[in-house]
Design a binder for this molecule. Structure first.
Ligand code: 9PG
Length: 523
């Protein structure tokens, strides 16, 4: 165990190799920077007090690092920081995978989960400290130069308007009506596949995947496709036919990868030689269809705790699987990672989703106040976490998720929609799912000028930016809900309990699908 006192690092940064490391300071911190494990997990400066364990627990594998979620003290993945009364911060960050940081009273500590690693420690002004950490991460995880090959693509993605309700005629209609809107990529999201695990085209696309990619390419754009290659639903053929490919714990039980699509999810053991071959073949197949922009999602599954075919640390195993997929898809493909543990993805992909999903609403009372869940889709959740991960920008393209322009099917206020658009401009990775059919003439033109804009961005305070000289204040999006007390807390527990029941989740899925179909019928 290595001990350091803050006075030893003031005014210069340090890199120390250790498995366990503790930095001691005398003054009580005023804020704590917690950094969640994967794209959707919370990242934010908060009061230095623990927050409730988010509910429902069934979602833990896909929303947080399930290994640490019940810890009573403040903790985060790979890095943590404290802010002192004078505004200076102390950051402790791992320069490797498989590491965790925690804060107990006046001690910020790091723990290498798989042995000795390098730790970056710096004290000073927030922006400088994070910039230096990003640089050091880049030196180690992207040593051949960062992966930013060109400017970020402008993407139309099918998810946030059509959700699962995509089919060939609807997408063709959208592609035609987008006209010459300056998108570089048209990306098909979830809904084209037979099942999660069975990456073959379903009946809604009778002309097949090659024809779909051809249709996109005929509009002069790159064809993009969503896949979740490291998970499978219980009902999939993959799960039934290759049960031995899935991750199990020490006792031989299947490891849960959470719940979605009204089903239990399981994770592939990516170190199994047959799985590696299957993943490579899948990437090559998708390229052969004509897609060269790949949004690979639910990737956390590759880094869950379990007993692997090859005995290696879980995040190192995940990183290796990203390398396998990258190699198979080719360096010329654009690779967006989503639902991914953050640090292990650096250097292997072109872009990374750095927050939870946006939504056509700001915040849901049930999710924010009863379940205390900041990872569930919602625009406020997305803005909060994305803002706190902007420091990753020098390393790779950062995806804040889509912006909205339509007001027809949207519950966001005008100001909320603008705030989200401003954040998207700051990130530079610009996408929307808006259907041309939903956009008024004015909104259609707003979208066009948004895509064409290259504003000058200046940050003057933690949450204050100037976009082409216009002051933008993100403060309204960053605070966390009040910790529920009394009856609200009790009611929250009940809702959380219900949310852990499979039959309730299945019922919820059916009701939700009805809602989505109704939205689509408004075309
Ligand atoms: C497709 C979507 C979209 C979206 C992704 C991902 O349960 N969850 O916490 C949860 C979070 C996000 C999520 C799905 C479930 O969305 O981020 O862009 O591709 O999958 O299913």
């Amino acid at each position: 165990m290595t001990y350091i006192h803050l006075s030893e690092i003031q005014s210069r940064s340090k890199i120390i190799t250790a498995r366990e490391l503790t930095i001691q300071f005398d003054e009580k911190p005023v804020k704590y920077y917690r950094h969640g494990w994967q794209s959707w997990s919370l990242a934010a400066w908060t009061d230095p007090t623990p927050i409730p364990v988010q509910m429902p627990a069934i979602f833990h594998p896909l929303q947080v690092d399930a290994q640490h979620v019940y810890k009573k003290y403040l903790n985060g993945s790979w890095l943590g920081a404290v802010e002192f009364a004078d505004g200076n911060i102390l950051l402790l960050g791992a320069l490797a995978t498989d590491a965790h940081v925690h804060l107990i009273e006046n001690q910020l500590s790091g723990h290498g989960e798989a042995g000795e690693i390098e730790w970056f420690i710096a004290y000073g002004q927030e922006n400088l400290v994070f910039a230096e950490y990003a640089q050091q991460l880049g030196n180690r995880l992207a040593p051949h130069g960062n992966t930013i090959k060109s400017s970020a693509p402008r993407v139309w993605c099918s998810w946030y308007s059509l959700y699962y309700e995509i089919d060939e005629p609807i997408l063709h209609k959208v592609f035609n009506e987008l006209g010459d809107m300056p998108f570089d990529v048209l990306q098909i999201d979830d809904g084209w596949q037979v099942d999660v695990g069975d990456w073959e085209v379903n009946k809604k696309f009778p002309s097949g995947m090659i024809a779909l990619a051809d249709k996109i390419k005929s509009t002069g754009r790159r064809a993009g496709l969503w896949l979740a290659p490291l998970i499978a639903t219980k009902s999939s053929k993959l799960f039934r036919e290759h049960n031995d490919w899935f991750l199990r714990d020490e006792t031989g039980r299947l490891v849960s990868a959470g719940f979605n699509w009204g089903e239990r999810l399981y994770a592939l053991d990516t170190t199994h030689p047959a799985v590696t071959l299957w993943l490579s073949a899948l990437m090559k197949q998708v390229r052969a269809w004509g897609f060269d922009y790949l949004k690979l999602d639910f990737l956390y599954a590759g880094a869950l705790k379990g007993k692997r075919y090859k005995d290696m640390p879980r995040e190192a195993a995940y990183r290796e699987s990203l390398g396998v997929m990258r190699k198979a898809m080719g360096a010329d493909a654009f690779f967006l990672t989503c639902g991914t543990p953050i640090i292990p993805a650096i250097g292997l992909c072109d872009a990374i989703r750095i927050g939870p999903d946006v939504s056509y609403f700001w915040e849901a009372y049930r999710d924010a106040h009863l379940l205390y869940n900041p990872t569930i889709p919602g625009t406020r959740n997305a803005i909060r976490t994305t803002l706190h991960r902007l420091w990753l920008k020098p390393l790779l393209h950062i995806d804040p998720d889509v912006a909205y322009f339509e007001s027809k099917e949207n519950q966001l206020s005008h100001d909320e929609r603008i705030l989200l658009r401003d954040l998207v401009q700051i990130c530079e990775f610009k996408a929307t799912s808006d259907l041309p059919q939903w956009l008024s003439k004015g909104e259609f033109e707003e979208l066009r000028s948004f895509l064409d804009m290259k504003p000058i961005i200046k940050q003057t305070e933690r949450y204050i930016f100037h976009i082409d000289g216009r002051r933008v204040d993100f403060t309204s999006a960053v605070s966390l809900p009040k910790v529920p007390k009394g009856l609200t807390a009790l009611w929250g527990k009940c809702v959380g309990w219900l949310g852990d029941r499979y039959f309730i989740l299945r019922l919820y899925k059916v009701l939700n699908l009805g809602k989505l179909r109704k939205r689509r019928s408004n075309l």
